[in-house]
Ligand binder design. Structure first.
Ligand code: ZN
Ligand code: ZN
Length: 398
């Protein structure tokens, strides 16, 4: 495919310009309330029961959770939260960035810069001195790290395996967070609009993926939300195909699943397109998935269960006889991570709430012939939802 115009020729405004500032100062108080009331703990073989227990401190080792609480976006951190302290421990690479980010986010906390493990340990131990029960993030601590934390960092304290403390709070996005996901969605919408008219030049899947990634960055995204998927013809039947050297030919179904990152927040969108008329049964699959996706988006609202949205999408596909070919759940939360709570699956017992950002993405995959997936990122409201990904849903694009 012909390359995109050189940067600067079509001056376009960055989607990251004029975002409302993220003010995170109130978050520590919300977490402290949970620590005092009780964090949920997961059952660990030989180490007690599940349930909730109050704790004196929470130690975050997951980067997205640490960023959510502190505003610090570095690639290495341990965050310790107690009733009267919020401590971010990181290394010398972030000596300038970390304090600046806490300040910009309005977070009342301390940053300790320490390159040696022993210095980091000392800082963490100091923050929890005299405290009895400390929660770790069970899903984000490796076996070896847990052993080290127990034996060295927090020797003498009772460690409990907490789950979902920050993830639960991350589900509902503030208007400022939604603005970031929306900006990421706009970067993706714009990139797709620029690429689609050139699909009839027989580009490879890899070329289209590279072009989308490039165009999103040119529009102000800091990167792609995940590895961009462009899957043509028989490859479109693989839900997570990797783009390769296959050329896009007339009649191929082409599944394009991608998103952008803006200020840490991600978008997620899939469109399925075709150059010319698709081979049978491509148009029929498209029609069914399109109807399923539309019904799913219409079903989303605060107070509606995730399983209900999944059922609405699945029923339309099952009625068409392709229930077995809908190989995944209907959607997922999106934010600092590409997949976060809640899960829009038939097994979920979660209920949607206003402010949550989720995807609706039914698909049908027929091995050998091809597949269709259509996906939007939406923000849940009390009455329904608002779409953040706005690219048209037109099958035939050139
Ligand atoms: Zn996707
Ligand atoms: Zn998705």
């Amino acid at each position: 495919m012909a390359p995109a115009p050189a940067a600067g020729t079509a001056a376009s405004r960055s989607v990251a310009a004029d975002l409302p500032p993220l003010r995170l100062g109130g978050r520590a108080a919300s977490v402290r309330e949970i620590l005092a009331t009780g964090v949920e703990v997961v059952p660990v073989a030989g180490a007690g029961d599940s349930g909730t227990v109050p704790v004196d401190a929470l130690v975050l080792t997951n980067l997205a959770n640490g960023r959510w609480l502190s505003g610090f976006s570095g690639s290495a951190m341990v965050v310790v939260l107690t009733a009267d302290d919020l401590l971010v421990i990181t290394d010398g690479r972030y000596a300038t960035q970390a304090p600046a980010e806490l300040l910009a986010a309005g977070v009342d906390g301390r940053v300790v810069i320490a390159n040696r493990g022993s210095e980091q340990q000392e800082a963490a131990a100091g923050a929890v001195a005299g405290l009895g029960r400390i929660a770790l993030e069970a899903e984000h601590v490796s076996w070896s790290r847990r052993s080290r934390l127990a034996a060295e960092w927090f020797a003498g304290a009772e460690l409990v395996p907490s789950t979902g403390v920050i993830e639960g709070l991350r589900r509902r996005k503030s208007p400022e967070e939604v603005a970031r996901v929306a900006a990421a969605a706009t970067a993706a919408d714009d990139a797709l609009a620029e690429v689609l008219p050139r699909l009839d030049e027989r580009p490879t899947e890899g070329e289209v993926a590279a072009e989308l990634d490039y165009l999103m960055r040119r529009r102000g995204a800091s990167g792609s939300a995940f590895d961009t998927i462009v899957a043509a013809g028989e490859n479109s039947a693989l839900p997570h195909a990797r783009p390769g050297p296959r050329r896009i030919e007339p009649g191929d179904l082409v599944v394009i699943d991608f998103g952008a990152i803006v200020d840490g927040y991600r978008s997620d969108m899939t469109r399925t397109v075709c150059v010319g008329e698709p081979r049978t049964p491509g148009d029929r699959i498209y029609e069914v998935v399109r109807a399923s996706q539309q019904a799913g988006v219409e079903a989303v609202a605060g107070g509606v269960s995730c399983a209900e949205v999944d059922a609405v999408c699945r029923e339309i596909i099952s009625e068409a006889g392709w229930g077995e070919a809908f190989l995944h759940s209907t959607g997922h939360g999106v934010g600092l991570d590409i997949h976060e709570a809640p899960s829009l699956s038939g097994r979920s017992d979660e209920v949607l709430a206003a402010g949550e950002v989720v995807t609706v993405e039914p698909g049908v995959y027929l091995a050998g012939s091809g597949g269709v997936r259509i996906e939007d990122t939406v923000v849940v409201t009390d009455e329904g939802c608002r779409r953040l990904t706005c690219s048209p849903k037109t099958l035939i694009v050139a």
